[in-house]
Design a protein around this ligand. Sequence first.
Ligand SMILES: C[S@@+](CC[C@H](N)C(=O)[O-])C[C@H]1O[C@@H](n2cnc3c(N)ncnc32)[C@H](O)[C@@H]1O
Length: 545
Amino acid sequence: MQSAICNCLYTIEAIPGKSHGLIAATTIAKGTRILSEFPLFKVPKGGNSKKRVRDSISDKVAVLPEEQRQTFLSLHNSFEDEDGPVLGRVRTNALPLGSNATMGGIFLESSRINHSCNPNAQNTWNDNLQKLTIHAIRDISKGDEITIFYLTARRNRSARLRALQTDFCFTCSCSLCSLPLDQRKTSDERWDEIHRLDSSIGSGTGILSAPLQTLHDVHKLLDLVHDEGFADASVPRAYYDAFQIAITHGDIARARVFAERAASTREILEGNDSPTVQRMKSLATNPTQHLAHGLSQKWRTTGDDVPKELANDEFERWLWRENTTQVSQYADLRSETAFPLFDDLPEENDISLEFYESTDGFSYRPRKHWCFLAEIIDVENFMRLRLIVKDKAGRKVPIAFYTESRGLEVDPSYIQEGFTVAILYAEQHGFLDLSVGIRHENPTAIKIVPLPLDELLTLSDKVQQYATELKGVRTCQGCNQKAATLKKCSRCGFFWYCDKSCQIAGWKEKGHKADCKLLKDPDLQRLFLMKWNVFEDYYRFGMTV
Ligand SMILES: C[S@@+](CC[C@H](N)C(=O)[O-])C[C@H]1O[C@@H](n2cnc3c(N)ncnc32)[C@H](O)[C@@H]1O
């Protein structure tokens, strides 16, 4: 069959078991516009009575020029018996005119494109052009069939097979559906997880109530999409989701990067004349024009805050707000996930899904551990102990002791300006005098470390640098050499040395004497050793304040 509008990138050919389809006549590079086409006519999608749709379509077909009418009648019809020659062809061949469109279109060329669950092309309705465009989403070799994805949802193999059979009357035997059993299982698990994440992100509720969790879900979804080898619209859509999370919380720096990625990945699928691509580019230039900007200032950054010097991995960790706490053997006290700033703590009367989860829909429990760190800058002791503290961002807030002994349980030698307070599972509390701070009730939830906050964070940096093992190798705290054969400090068990002379250098010249004393405290050790992202039960300090 000869193509009417062929630009020589493809031919329409008979394909066994599929009637006809498009075959690449040459190598087609990823991002190439394979074709763009006006609809022969538009049709309403679903919702209408069959008779009304049939009548309106019959009218449209009747007024087509004879040649076009014949071409329409030559299109494949999978529903001839059920719906007759006209409606049957419309059901078989209509392509959506937009992602949530109520209209579909019949196309003389594009409607010849067959389905694959792992397609190499993408169909998009371009509202500016009033045309459907088909782009190569990966490199296509000469002789390969050009395929698109017919379904709206990404589901596992059996759900896909069911939907394709019901809606398009065929049994898919694409490369993904024909995988050997073990690989199919892995693929199905990925599709199920992608579907679950997609639905949870798409519900939109997490953007305000659990932005970090939702951002991490988007990242996970992108990883799965990448592992499964998809290169379709789920990628720019995920970047746009990430953009929306960032801009809702005032994070202009990350919003800009996410919008740039949404634009560049979508441009491959739709071309630079796509209205959505143009909108993404405009958002990348000025993210604040998005309506959600300013709803929260929790993550406020400026456009200049995009780091310029970071290596790829580090940049991605910055971008997705992923701290090393999850992967490193030792917690990083600078992590804002495990050690949040005051402004990021959950509010006492609100169940934040970033911090809590429910297994039965009624009761909630923490989904992770967290600990608020702040330095004492003032002490008041009228009726009850009240500390004024300063967090990692310099935010000053009161901690009022509502324990049974109103603060008398704390060793007075620890209540000193310049010492650091650690409070497990801290929440924001609104006091009657309208100030906001922490109402401390459980004596075993607090620990005071006899060290200013910045020195505690420096100690955490050293633990990251000298205690962490990477691929079997550690760094000697005495001479900074990396080796697999270092010996551990037997007192604290955190720092490692080549030999006695390095241990002496570390002890005398590099401050390990003081650090070692601090690190012998089991509560401080636990801050570094705990699995902060896995909640099994509440952790409590050992009252050694
Ligand atoms: C829009 S048409 C595609 C073009 C059609 N093959 C033709 O010859 O005109 C949709 C129909 O093509 C067939 N089809 C599409 N993809 C297929 C696939 N992967 N395997 C088998 N048949 C397929 C089904 O009959 C489906 O209802």
